[in-house]
Design a protein around this ligand. Structure first.
Ligand SMILES: Cc1cc2nc3c(=O)[nH]c(=O)nc-3n(C[C@H](O)[C@H](O)[C@H](O)COP(=O)(O)OP(=O)(O)OC[C@H]3O[C@@H](n4cnc5c(N)ncnc54)[C@H](O)[C@@H]3O)c2cc1C
Length: 401
């Protein structure tokens, strides 16, 4: 037997799971297909629920060193520029929810989780190693790698993202489905922006069949910008890629008239990439997250559309729950632990999946729905933009004090 538990995938969820379990004394092998851990991705938003997890792990200081702290979430009309709604994200927000709202470069969050996990004993790291298949046996799990090497472990956790292979042995072999939306992304050095646009703010621009969001990362040294439009023209060559090269011209055809501030933001992007958004039906029960000695975590179980900015947060929450269960009294073995984990996590993840989908429809609305959305935002303001049910998370503690 090579190790006790195999973690497939060393993305945000895999590293978080490795850290959460290793600090409870679980010995692990982390298998990541990439040849090296490095600068990948762009921005991520972390609400108070995610920061609560990181604080519980003693990682708030590491987050504070790299995060940007937006003072507000401002929603504007993409064509006219009119402010449609605003929620303050400063101290009142932090007091209300017990933690603030942060924006990070994905690579910075990845790096701080990697350092935290590598500081734990009992973790074997295998890069350039791809899981091909996973089979559960009566009291072990057999993992076959792409090079035909076989590993035998007591349990396996699929943190292998949207196109998960571990998922095949837990739920189904169906591929994720394109949502019909394409995300264009760029990272803008703050110095490249006109000073008037550099406010530390999450800004969301809504238009028919499109929205654009930008926010500061890296202590405000850069801004991440993502424009999501309905698919048009030729599909990118690699549907799985997070960073297919793209041009402003590719995006322009999907955009209508733009307010001058928004046009200035788009003009400031030095290089564009794009990815085709895919997802799966929201979870319908605990069976979507675990089966016997196998469990799924993060996007492998519940890919999130990016309209509630909770993909990374839900992976962190999953990992937190697993870590707590690893030392919870009365849960003696992995099948039992995974059963409790799935029971605890599936409904919250499903709720976030549903709400993310609904937000997408509202963000991109046309006609009467657009009118109703704007009227509701004007009337309810912060109350509509806040999500106490979500930000109170990560939900029930499997190991109450
Ligand atoms: C390169 C990259 C860039 C991203 N950029 C952004 C971004 O800019 N903004 C954003 O909101 N989200 C981004 N995401 C997605 C975001 O990180 C996730 O949606 C979220 O954090 C949930 O994390 P996860 O660990 O479940 O999945 P992921 O972060 O996707 O991690 C999955 C990991 O598993 C590895 N893997 C996959 N298959 C196998 C296999 N068979 N064997 C071994 N390893 C495997 C992958 O290489 C990856 O490291 C990115 C993901 C990746 C992989």
């Amino acid at each position: 037997m090579n190790s006790s538990v195999l973690v497939a995938g060393g993305g945000i969820g895999g590293l978080a799971a490795a850290f959460a379990l290793a600090r409870q004394g679980v010995s692990l092998t982390v298998v990541e297909q990439a040849p090296a851990f490095g600068e990948a991705g762009a921005g991520l938003q972390l609400g108070p629920n995610a920061l609560r997890v990181l604080a519980d792990w003693g990682l708030r200081e590491a987050v504070d060193a790299v995060a940007a702290w937006p003072d507000a979430l401002l929603v504007r009309d993409a064509a006219g520029g009119r402010a449609l709604g605003q929620m303050r994200l400063g101290s009142a927000f932090a007091q209300r929810h017990g933690q603030p709202y942060a924006c990070l470069h994905r690579a910075d969050l990845h790096e701080l989780l990697l350092q935290a996990a590598q500081a734990q004993a009992g973790v074997v790291w295998r890069l350039a190693t791809r899981v091909a298949s996973v089979t559960e046996r009566s009291d072990t799990v057999r993992v076959v790698l792409d090079n035909d090497e076989a590993l035998v472990c007591t349990a396996a956790i699929g943190c292998d993202g949207l196109w998960s292979r571990v998922r095949h042995a837990v739920v189904d072999t169906a591929a994720p489905v394109p949502t019909g939306h394409i995300a264009y992304r760029g990272l803008i050095p703050a110095a490249a922006l006109p000073p008037a646009l550099r406010a530390p703010r999450v800004q969301v621009w809504l238009g028919p069949r499109l929205h654009v969001v930008h926010y500061p990362v890296r202590r405000g040294e850069a801004f991440n910008l993502v424009a999501v439009v309905h698919a048009h023209g030729a599909a990118p060559d690699d549907a799985r890629s997070w960073s297919e090269p793209a041009t402003r011209a590719d995006l322009q055809t999907a955009l209508g008239p733009l307010h001058r501030d928004l046009a200035a933001w788009l003009d400031a992007v030095p290089a564009w990439t794009r990815w085709v958004l895919h997802d799966r039906e929201p979870l319908s029960g605990p069976h979507g997250m675990a089966n016997g000695r196998l469990a799924l975590l993060g996007d492998a179980a519940h890919p999130m559309r990016p309209y509630l900015a909770q993909g990374a947060a839900m992976a962190l929450e999953d990992a937190w729950a697993l870590g707590r269960l690893a030392s919870a009294p009365g849960v003696a073995d992995w099948p039992q632990r995974f059963e409790r984990y799935a029971a605890l996590r599936w409904a919250r993840n499903a709720q976030v999946q549903h709400r993310s989908r609904r937000n997408g429809t509202v963000f991109h609305a046309r006609g009467p729905l657009r009118w109703a959305r704007n009227a509701a935002m004007a009337l309810l303001g912060e109350r509509l933009l806040d999500n106490p049910w979500l930000y109170r998370g990560p939900g029930d503690d499997p190991r109450p004090a």
